[in-house]
Design a protein. Structure first.
Length: 209
């Protein structure tokens, strides 16, 4: 079974509190999503392998460590996942970015795919799927299924807030995909929104209703 990693760092919890507040405006909300994505990505990349290299400092020769040739790709689930891209690219600017377009049918609460564009060399990359909210898990499950058909080296899922129902569904569907989140909330309501959550992440990121 995959691992759920909830990051309880004080900076993350502070920013998350402001993010949840319904009074937080679009500009600040967007900035916080990017900042939280960067902080969660720091945790999600903690196991990347390193190798020793030799560099010349202004003082002498030193043996230091760099990433051992790993190629990364970030794949946001449209549209809310786009809000996390700037944050993770600030941390890993050399990564490539793919996109998967899904929307939730409000009657069935099931994901409907309308777009999928991934890097051509995805099979050589470790992939991080991005979506601020892991609610029912349907979108994440479908997006990861699409990526797995291209045989990436590995897949991790990053979100800001997760519901227990979504975590359970994703772990059962993809037991090899670890989940990284800033919070594990209480439950889903009758409309499959996370409680206490933060509302519709896409609407709050882009200022739509």
């Amino acid at each position: 079974m995959s691992e759920l990693v909830v990051t309880n760092h004080p900076l993350i919890q502070h920013k998350l509190s402001i993010l949840r507040d319904k009074r937080t405006g679009t500009k600040q909300f967007r900035e916080l999503i990017a900042e939280l994505a960067m902080l969660i990505c720091y945790e999600a990349t903690a196991d990347l392998p390193l190798k020793d290299v030799t560099v010349e400092t202004p003082m002498c020769t030193a043996t230091t460590r760099v990433l051992a040739g790993h190629k990364l790709a970030f794949v946001p689930i449209l549209r809310a996942g786009l809000g996390m891209v700037d944050g993770v690219l600030n941390l890993v600017p050399s990564a490539k970015v793919g996109h998967i377009g899904l929307y939730r049918d409000h009657e069935t609460c099931q994901p409907v795919e309308y777009y999928c564009k991934l890097p051509g060399d995805i099979s050589e990359r470790d992939v991080f799927v991005l979506d601020p909210m892991l609610a029912t898990g349907g979108s994440a499950i479908d997006a990861i299924h699409q990526i797995k058909q291209r045989n990436p080296k590995s897949i991790k899922f990053m979100c800001i807030i997760a519901a227990p129902e979504g975590v359970k569904a994703l772990q059962e569907a993809h037991p090899d995909v670890n989940i990284y989140s800033a919070a594990l909330d209480e439950k889903l309501n009758e409309h499959s929104y996370i409680l206490p959550g933060l509302g519709d992440a896409g609407d709050r990121i882009f200022g739509t209703k």
